[in-house]
Design a protein around this ligand. Structure first.
Ligand code: TXA
Ligand code: MG
Length: 326
């Protein structure tokens, strides 16, 4: 059973470091979601991540660093526009995919010639990563396909049981996973919308291109991902839902509804005033609460696909696919 330690204490960081050095698994907070970490240069430790998460081996892991200078040890090249992004937005919710150096074990990158690198901004993550003599590979700390945890309370029992240490760093402020970009020469491609709005990236590198089928494995590209156990249906107009057709329903509103809402079992509002940042930070917590309540179906309100709305809609669509294909 993973021991929960106060991540803000120096001795907790020391214990976590020792655990990682010995090939153990440490859950640590980042500003996006909690990560399930292992020493990226220890392939046996990394293989435990895949086992605990029941994650397919073809899905590569992000490598976390504490200093931008570490990129040179991991990547064969760091093209100028990519470097500019790192300098501007790191530490922060951005992952940059670069050509990998041979020293990184194949299991980390699932055999791909590239590696995703991220420098998170959460103080506990930074304390850990700056002290660690190795980079830390970490996916989100949930079982494969399920919702990512944004506080220690949302970590699933079977994950808790199979890790060594859990560093508690409170609630994650951004609340959705990092934005992932890939560079091909100087062209920037979006692999996953996330906590850093694409509009902010475009201000630095110009146009960001959507992923095309010719590109290598795209993150979270499986149709169902980030999904609650309950079926989830996206709606645009609450009035259009025929509630007689469903049993107990839970509703995830983006903002405070301006019509009276009756006949629902549970309601969550992501942001009273409709702020996308606030909504993103509450998204996974609200979905966890709905999933753990006794509602039978979750209805989620669509948001505009701009700024952080793009990441929110990406997660909702992935969570809902199983209904659409039913
Ligand atoms: O915010 C985040 O990114 C969190 C925190 C813990 O850092 N991590 C996270 O990891 O969301 P994970 O494993 O749940 O999602 C990472 C995604 C995966 O879908 C994977 O396919 C993609 O990143 N990825 C990693 N390396 C890649 C690479 N070399 N090329 C393409 N995609 C990559
Ligand atoms: Mg994940």
């Amino acid at each position: 059973m993973g021991k929960i330690l106060d991540g803000f204490k120096k001795e907790s960081i020391e214990i976590a470091l020792k655990t990682l050095e010995e090939g153990g698994l440490v859950i640590f907070p980042t500003e996006t979601v909690y990560g399930l970490g292992a020493n990226a240069f220890n392939p046996i430790a990394v293989s435990k991540i895949f086992e605990v998460k029941k994650r397919p081996r073809f899905d590569p892991l992000i490598v976390h660093i504490g200093d931008i200078g570490q990129v040179e040890k991991l990547a064969k090249s760091f093209p100028p526009p990519a470097r500019k992004l790192g300098e501007k937005f790191w530490p922060g919710p951005l992952t940059i995919v670069l050509p990998k150096k041979d020293e990184i074990p194949e299991i980390v990158t699932a055999g791909l010639p590239t590696v995703g690198i991220r420098l998170p901004s959460h103080p506990v993550a930074l304390n850990l990563l700056r002290e660690a003599p190795f980079p830390v590979s970490a996916p989100s700390a949930n079982s494969f396909g399920y919702l990512s945890p944004t506080s220690v309370y949302q970590i699933e029992p079977q994950i808790k049981q199979n890790v060594d240490i859990i560093l508690d760093g409170g609630q994650c402020k951004v609340g959705v996973e990092s934005t992932i970009v890939l560079f091909e020469e100087d062209k920037c491609f979006l692999l996953r919308p996330g906590g850093l709005p694409v509009e902010d990236i475009e201000k630095i590198v110009g146009k960001v291109y959507p992923l095309t089928p010719s590109k290598p494995l795209s993150p979270g590209s499986l149709p169902v991902h980030y999904a609650p156990r309950k079926p989830l249906i996206i709606f645009e107009n609450f009035k259009m839902i025929d509630r007689k057709k469903f049993g107990k329903i839970g509703v995830l509103f983006f903002k405070k509804p301006d019509i009276p809402v009756e006949g629902i079992e549970k309601m969550e509002i992501l942001s009273e005033k409709g702020d996308l940042r606030e909504a993103a930070s509450n998204l996974f917590s609200a979905l966890h609460r709905l999933d753990n309540s006794d509602v039978e179906v979750i209805f989620a309100e669509a948001v505009a696909e701009e700024g952080l709305g793009r990441a929110i809609m990406d997660r909702l669509k992935k969570a809902s696919t199983k209904n659409l294909i039913k």
